[in-house]
Design a protein around this ligand. Structure first.
Ligand code: PEP
Ligand code: MG
Length: 554
């Protein structure tokens, strides 16, 4: 039995045979084009065919999956790509001209960084598919599966992940990718256990039987009976736990609201039907990632009504557009910047484009009136008390009485006692807070160790934000991915947060973890984590002091 270790990004375990996603075969030798116009039209047809297939796939999906596939389709239809092919055909054959155009584009995307760098996998996938069509070769990607399989790839394109049948794909492993890669987001949305950053996984032969544990990040080759028994028992225990319902609270009834993170109407409908106490983060920019023009107030209001309706009188926290850096919006683009994550993104961008913010606030106020929903609004990427006051006053003036800020920048956390004097609540975005505290780009999977929310420095910053909330008697929640980690949820509770917002399928384990500990236990666990001198040490300290019933399941 051999074990490989990666980063578990979608929980649960499974056993299946390895299905390797082969890298595309090398291109054949080609003479330079003798018919550039004819070859250009053949390349254009191949790209069109790829776009049409991706669009057809997107039409069968909903939510993030549909958006991601549609975005890949839009790349295939980008006229700039064909212009580059045309230029290359002066010296190359058609397949090489296409390949060089895609590589050139990928380089530009990488240089742009952020969201564009994330799209490189989509771009290369589109190129590989078009090349296969042009050369009459089989399509690259996930091979046809005939038995329950663990798909292993360098990285997965959204086109691959979104069409996977959970009945056949029981697990996903990639050598690249990070906590916020497509693989991570889509696998957890579909409930498929997944591991990223599993170096050496591609060396495992196709057809071997492997076990995957998406909690511990372990990939086991030829798992033995003991390995299987432990996972089977965990699975049964998790099923029992998922039957429990009710508001979040510690065993001595200290309340902790358990909320859902959503990004569109489909997510809202799923979360609305789940046992959650409301929404802690609605990422409104997800509605517009492929839009080229700004939505009107009426269009936004109509969509917000559909998002708010499933929650009745449960509160829905709506984040205003978090555009820029990893999530650029074409209609809110202020031009290239050397460091987009440190540039005019989030609220900073809205201060340049007040029209966009005012339209969005007006649409939210309309939707709130029409549905009678409890709408809370919050701004992303706030750094100072002045920014917090600016946003809060504007939201109140628009008819939204509960307005808060996200704390994602250490400056806002350290000064939370001042920031919270001028706003109604705060929500900690620990994904960005880890990025900015550790100065580690969250898009770089290789920096996962630094980006770990268990880094004691990140916990210190969270503690400062909670102290600022308590000093002002204001709520401070968490809506970053860390809120869905049951052990971290205990630490956050001990630090003083008042709500935890996460993917709805993570709620049952967190609810149960809280019910196994008192508020005082949580305070001790938080102290133990902060006393450690590394992320691994902090997690281990909490793991060894938390209830055994809980840690046996992780
Ligand atoms: C965060 O930064 O933790 C957060 C919740 O926002 P996003 O992941 O959308 O940047
Ligand atoms: Mg953020």
């Amino acid at each position: 039995m051999t074990t490989l270790h990666g980063l578990g990004v979608s929980g649960g375990s499974a056993v299946g045979v390895v299905a390797l996603v082969a890298l595309p075969a090398p291109l054949p030798d080609e003479d330079p084009s003798t018919d550039p116009a004819g070859d250009l039209s053949r390349v254009g047809d191949a790209l069109d065919a790829v776009a049409t297939r991706l669009e057809a796939t997107a039409a069968t999906l909903t939510g993030d999956a549909a958006d991601m596939i549609a975005a890949a389709g839009a790349i295939a239809r980008d006229p700039g790509l064909l212009d580059a092919v045309k230029e290359n055909l002066a010296t190359l054959g058609p397949a090489h001209a296409l390949h060089a155009a895609v590589e050139g584009y990928a380089l530009q995307f990488e240089e742009l960084g952020g969201y564009f760098a994330e799209r490189v996998t989509d771009l290369l996938d589109v190129g590989a598919r078009a090349e296969a069509l042009l050369l009459g070769r089989p399509m690259p990607g996930v091979p046809e599966l005939t038995e329950p399989s663990v798909v292993i790839a360098h990285d997965l394109a959204p086109a691959d992940t979104a069409v996977m049948d959970p009945a056949m794909v029981v697990g996903i492993v990639t050598e690249a990718g990070g906590r916020t890669s497509h693989t991570a987001i889509l696998a957890s949305q579909r409930g498929i256990p997944a591991i990223v950053q599993a170096k050496g996984a591609l060396d495992i032969a196709s057809g071997l039987r492997v076990g995957i544990d998406g909690d511990s990040g372990e990939l086991e080759i030829h798992p033995d009976e003991a390995w299987l028994d432990v996972r089977a028992e965990k699975k049964r225990a998790r099923e029992r736990i998922s039957q429990r319902t009710g508001a979040g609270k510690t065993s001595d009834s200290h309340p902790l609201m358990l909320l859902a993170n959503i990004g569109n109407v489909a997510d809202a409908e799923l979360a609305g039907a789940a046992d959650v106490e409301g929404v802690g983060l609605f990422r409104t920019e997800f509605l517009h990632l492929s839009a080229t023009t700004a939505p009107t107030v009426e269009e936004q209001a109509a969509e917000y009504v559909r998002v708010l309706a499933p929650f009745g009188n449960r509160p829905v926290t709506v984040r205003t557009l978090d555009a820029g850096a990893d999530k650029p919006l074409a209609f809110a683009d202020l031009g290239p910047e050397p460091n987009p994550a440190l540039g005019r993104r989030g609220l900073r961008l809205m201060q340049e484009r007040e029209d966009l913010l005012d339209d969005q606030l007006a649409a939210l106020a309309l939707a709130a009136t029409e549905t009678g929903a409890v709408v809370k609004v919050m701004a992303p990427m706030v750094s100072t008390r002045q920014e917090a006051a600016w946003f809060t006053e504007r939201a109140h003036a628009a008819g939204l009485p509960i307005a808060g800020v996200m704390i994602e920048v250490p400056a806002a956390a350290l000064r939370a006692h001042q920031v919270l004097q001028v706003t109604d609540f705060a929500s900690l975005g620990t994904n960005d807070l880890a990025q900015y505290t550790m100065a580690a780009d969250r898009m770089v999977g290789e920096l996962s160790e630094l980006l770990d929310p268990w880094q004691p420095a990140v916990l210190d910053v969270v503690a400062a934000a909670c102290d600022g909330g308590q000093a002002n008697g204001k709520a401070v929640g968490v809506c970053g991915e860390s809120a869905g980690d049951p052990l971290m949820a205990l630490v956050l509770t001990g630090l003083g947060v008042t709500s935890l917002s996460m993917a709805p399928q993570r709620v049952p384990m967190v609810r149960w973890a809280l019910s196994q500990h008192t508020a005082a236990d949580c305070v001790s666990l938080a102290e133990a984590a902060r006393a450690a001198d590394s992320a691994v040490g902090a997690r281990e300290a909490v793991r060894s002091a938390a209830s055994k019933e809980l840690t046996d399941l992780l």
